[in-house]
Write a new protein. Structure first.
Length: 324
């Protein structure tokens, strides 16, 4: 039984990854169209110090945005800001510390941001980790679920009023959630979200990415019902050559090194879809999309289950101490 609990999520995840690689063999990477200037707009990019997040922050600043890079590595954050500024971008860029594995820190970050009186037009929930050994956060939660999903769930809800006030019809605010094709392999275990019964890093990672898609659709439904000028979309960057793969088991890591340079997307290519979701005119007022390689794609069948969406929302509110 234990072997099946660990082996099945592993096989499902690698099958999902294999399908993405086959797609990337025969399809060129999405090329960003010319995007409108974003002068006067403010964005928060979590995990923006390197990889996909850094490339997204760099491009948004290049469009004239004031970009707040939120991350948990101060020196890396300062270096990222310096590199972007050296490019002579039109927008402002700064680093602010945020540890998404700590609900206390997430609340502190949100309070500090709101105290500044800045608007917020784009919240790019990009930060994540993949297939790390079993770890618990200071709140006692499983690491993948907390860093990839639950911390972003809390952050988004705490900043939602600011997003609503900042947007207007015709120039709305946007939430962009970074999911992945591994969500197709995900199974949401509502009775054991923190994988205490039997831990699988593959299952935990896939679950966290599925949770982000469920969250995207449910939040968009609420915002649309209230008539608020805020949209929420999930994006899938494909398989991108970043440090996320450093925690693969040894054989998979060796295979990854062999194929990454030819089959994986670069961080700049992978970030294109999140920048597109954050700034493209054609997505003005459009929410509840799963965007892959520049197109709207179908996410997993379970992600469209309204009952599952609602149950996850309720459980997440309980975990982070929000009113449902």
């Amino acid at each position: 039984m234990w072997l099946l609990t660990v082996l099945v999520p592993l096989l499902r995840l690698y099958l999902a990854g294999f399908r993405v690689l086959i797609y990337q063999v025969f399809n060129r990477s999405f090329t960003l169209p010319v995007l409108p200037k974003q002068n006067g707009r403010v964005a928060i990019v979590t995990g923006g110090t390197r990889g996909l997040g850094y490339e997204a922050a760099r491009r948004l600043a290049g469009l004239g945005m004031h970009v707040v890079i939120a991350g948990n590595e101060r020196e890396e954050g300062a270096a990222a800001v310096r590199r972007i500024q050296e490019e002579g971008v039109e927008g402002n860029v700064e680093f602010v510390f945020l540890d998404l594995t700590s609900l206390r820190c997430v609340r502190q970050f949100a309070r500090s941001f709101q105290a500044r009186g800045l608007p917020l037009h784009v919240l790019l929930n990009n930060a994540g980790t993949m297939m790390v050994p079993e770890r618990r956060t200071e709140d006692g939660f499983e690491l993948h679920f907390t860093l990839n999903y639950l911390g972003h769930f809390l952050l988004t809800n705490l900043l939602l009023d600011t997003l609503k006030r900042s947007g207007r019809h015709g120039a709305g605010s946007r939430v962009v959630n970074m999911s992945s094709a591994t969500h197709y392999a995900g199974e949401l275990q509502l009775d054991d979200l923190h994988r205490r019964l039997c831990y699988s890093s593959h299952g935990a990672y896939s679950q966290s990415k599925l949770a982000l898609v469920l969250f995207t659709y449910h939040l968009q439904e609420q915002l649309a019902a209230g008539g608020f000028p805020v949209t929420v979309n999930a994006v899938d960057p494909g398989m991108v050559d970043t440090a996320l793969y450093d925690n693969l088991w040894s054989l998979a890591r060796a295979v990854k090194r062999l194929v990454a340079k030819t089959l994986f997307r670069t961080p700049a290519e992978g970030a294109s879809i999140s920048v597109f979701a954050a700034a493209a005119s054609c997505l003005e007022g459009v929410g509840a999309c799963y965007l892959y390689n520049g197109l709207q794609a179908q996410s997993s069948s379970s992600s469209y289950d309204p009952e599952l969406q609602a149950r996850l929302w309720k459980k997440s509110c309980e975990l982070v101490g929000l009113q449902g």
